[in-house]
Design a protein around this ligand. Structure first.
Ligand code: KDO
Length: 334
């Protein structure tokens, strides 16, 4: 009887093992890449919400997606996300009403100060018929699908030096940093200040060195970006209840199965919910925090700001392209 050589024997053993029930090698599942770009700092809620998105999606659609989160504008600069999505270089972003207004002029109504009243009003407007109509125009004109509405917060002013601020006239000559688009600069000027364009990532240094006199952002962002270290006053103007919209490029969206679309939408809604709840809670606590940091907190004559800012928008070219009745419908949404 011939005996097998050791090499032959191990080959035979391997073949027997393969035939005898070991799982055949599978082709590794290819995950769908979902690149996210945001200018947010990691400690802000609308940065952390992307981790909620990623985890929620992994749970509902295990191993199907590869969510890549890029913060601090490390992938695309602030405001460049819509173009990147349209060109197929980016799948997901949280874009602002200001980004949208460039291509969907009616949307500039949400860049106007003192239109949206509070976070609940915001959710009702965008989750109702007005949202449905406008998001259709966003999809048609921008090639992106809105998945959920994020409350970025209520914007307030931070000033480098303490000054009495009661009405817009008191901001005359104040170099107020705004993001660098026409719609943002209009808002800064409407507040009575001299709007000065600067990217978000440069604001801290601008305040520190004095190239700007102030900035506007919601309190959680001013906390996360540490603007309290380089400003002395907080002015609670409440001038804009600001939104971000989690959007996916239509190219990526259309390639998904119905089940995947459902999972991606649910993940975007979970992310927005996480952000909105935490942000609203934190906004209620931060005035004390800023006081503890040594900032003087002042409440101006908000009615004077509201009247002046609303009048400035009403006579502007922006208002001319707002669809008839839209402002009234927004106001009537409860
Ligand atoms: C800002 O630059 O002030 C702003 O708040 C504008 C928003 O639209 C959004 O881009 C936000 O910055 C970033 O996400 C950083 O928080």
């Amino acid at each position: 009887m011939t005996t097998a050589s050791p090499l032959r024997r191990s080959l035979l053993v391997a073949c027997a093992a393969a035939l005898g029930g070991l799982a055949p090698p599978t082709v590794a599942q290819v995950r769908i890449p979902l690149r996210v770009s945001s200018p947010a700092v990691p400690d802000d809620w609308h940065a952390k919400m992307w981790t909620v998105f990623k985890e929620s999606l992994e749970k509902s659609a295990p191993s199907q997606f590869d969510v890549q989160i890029n913060l601090n504008a490390s992938l695309f600069k602030q405001g460049a996300e819509p173009v990147a999505m349209a060109r197929g270089n980016l799948e997901l972003a949280s874009i602002s009403a200001f980004d949208i207004a460039k291509l969907v002029p009616a949307f500039s109504i949400f860049t106007a100060g003192y239109v949206v009243r509070d976070p609940q009003h915001q959710q009702k407007v965008f989750n109702g018929p007005i949202g449905t109509e406008l998001f259709k125009a966003v999809s048609d004109k921008m090639g992106v699908t809105v998945l959920s509405t994020v409350y970025l917060g209520t914007r307030q002013l931070n000033l480098r030096d303490v000054r009495p601020v009661r009405t817009p006239a008191d901001l005359k000559g104040v170099k107020l940093r705004m993001p660098g688009t026409r719609e943002w600069l209009f808002l800064g000027d409407a507040l009575g200040a001299t709007a000065t364009p600067l990217a978000f990532g440069e604001v801290y240094l601008g305040l520190k060195t004095g190239t700007i006199d102030g900035q506007d952002n919601p309190l959680p962002t001013a906390r996360a970006a540490k603007f309290y270290e380089v400003t002395k006053q907080l002015v609670l103007t409440q001038h804009l209840v600001d939104s971000l919209f989690i959007t996916i490029s239509n190219k990526s969206w259309n390639a998904l199965t119905p089940a995947q679309k459902q999972n991606v939408t649910a993940a975007a809604q979970a992310a927005a919910k996480f952000n909105n709840e935490n942000r609203i809670k934190e906004e209620g606590q931060l005035v004390d925090f800023f006081r503890q940091q040594g900032l003087q907190v002042s409440t101006p004559d908000v009615e004077a700001f509201r009247t002046s800012v609303q009048a400035t928008y009403a006579r502007s070219d922006y208002a001319k392209v707002w669809p008839a009745g839209l402002l009234e419908r927004i106001n009537a949404t409860r």
